[in-house]
Design a protein around this ligand. Structure first.
Ligand code: FAD
Length: 359
């Protein structure tokens, strides 16, 4: 893969680390706000739409097509009004959900437009260190694979990785493999009894694939919370961030709430139930959430962030699935807002604050 040859010591006003959906939205918002493209460094080893583009392509979305189109058309700097490609997404019903692969090609197109406008560095960033410049302004040193650059402001859009419970005695298959249509059949045999932990969108998708595509012998679903469904109410969505949507919700209503297959066994995830049922399981998938990717900041890995504006430290901000906004919904429940349009909406509010140093 072609690596960038970024000049050692190059200086920027803004550096955005990560080119998944959150990184794309951040670059779009910064350019639309008038930040000069050549003063923005965009850093990612791949520039292929992050995990969204590389890991979740065969997942059916929990977002409607119309919201993806809204994301693509939101930033002027995306130039999406000039896109002449005939992407499958354009022909789809805006009220329906879709396979995420249909969204990846348009997002890659937008990435390529943005790459022409900013300084792209195709490398992994390993550490950030703050210091005062000669003019006494605070700057961040960003250690890359082959050089070190500096920036006054840095946005981390690093993404997250699936958590694991690492229970002993049972072979783990990663959520990434279990959600990949090609890998799925290589990872599971019809003779397998599979433990699936969780009751989220990912967990239900995995259970469905194991039963319908792989035809495994049995699935034992260990859950802590009941299955929730998104409810579309007047002007807002109850369980917007935790509830099942689209075809996954429909399948769950038809196949778990009623007519539960004989070879699907659902039990509470307790130590007693683990001891009772896990010995029968040949494989386990832990669909129990995600944990942020790490980067060293002034020697520390445990980053705290303000969940209302993304601030981590002066001139350092976080966005995307690794640093989601927390918002209290109309039921008084705090939800962490994850999804393309939510990142875009949030950045619309916080980028003006970041630019005027109001956080
Ligand atoms: C199974 C699943 C289904 C989902 N379905 C939907 C959906 O239907 N609709 C929706 O809106 N959202 C959905 N999401 C949520 C969300 O949109 C995605 O998780 C999305 O990928 C998050 O975007 P991100 O940019 O925060 O992270 P990512 O997509 O993970 O991108 C992070 C990027 O940062 C780069 N990076 C990380 N560390 C470094 C480093 N040190 N140096 C340089 N680069 C680095 C990585 O290479 C990567 O390119 C889904 C999520 C999952 C897990």
């Amino acid at each position: 893969m072609k690596k960038s040859t970024q000049q050692h010591g190059a200086q920027f006003e803004w550096a955005v680390i990560g080119a998944g959906p959150a990184g794309i939205a951040t670059i779009g918002r910064l350019l639309d706000a008038g930040v000069i493209g050549k003063s923005i460094a965009w850093i990612d080893p791949h520039f292929t739409v992050g995990d969204f583009g590389s890991k979740w392509q065969s997942v059916s979305s929990n977002t409607r097509v119309g919201l993806f189109m809204k994301f693509l058309n939101e930033c002027k700097s995306f130039h999406y009004d000039q896109c002449t490609e005939k992407f499958e997404l354009h022909e789809m019903d805006p009220l329906k959900t879709c396979e995420l692969s249909c969204v990846v090609a348009p997002l890659k197109w937008v990435t390529d437009q943005l790459r022409k406008q900013v300084v792209c560095i195709q490398e992994h960033a390993s550490a950030l260190n703050s210091h005062k410049s000669l003019a006494h302004a605070r700057v961040w040193d960003i250690a890359l694979e082959s050089s070190l650059i500096t920036s006054h402001n840095v946005v981390l859009a690093l993404g997250s990785q699936p958590k694991s419970l690492n229970l002993p005695g049972v072979k783990e298959v990663s959520v990434t493999d279990a959600l990949n249509a090609q890998r799925l059949s290589q990872c599971f045999l019809p003779s397998d009894t599979v433990a699936v932990f969780g009751a989220s969108h990912s967990a239900i998708l995995i259970i469905r694939s194991l039963l319908e595509r792989c035809g495994v012998k049995r699935v034992v679903n260990f859950y802590r919370n009941p299955i929730r469904y998104a409810e579309y109410l007047d002007g807002w969505i109850r369980h917007d961030d935790t509830g099942l949507k689209g075809t996954t919700a429909q399948w769950s209503r038809e196949n778990i709430d009623v007519n539960c297959p004989e070879n699907l066994h659902r039990v509470l995830s307790t130590p007693e139930n683990h001891a009772k049922h896990l010995p029968d399981c040949t494989k386990a998938v832990y669909a129990v959430g995600f944990t942020p990717r790490l980067i060293s900041v002034d020697g520390r890995m445990d980053l705290q962030y303000n969940q209302e504006n993304g601030a981590i430290a002066p001139g350092l901000f976080g966005v995307g699935i690794a640093f989601p906004e927390a918002r209290t919904n109309r039921d008084g429940v705090v939800e962490h807002r994850v999804g393309l349009w939510k990142f875009m909406e949030y950045l619309g509010e916080v980028v003006p604050l970041w630019l005027t140093q109001k956080v």
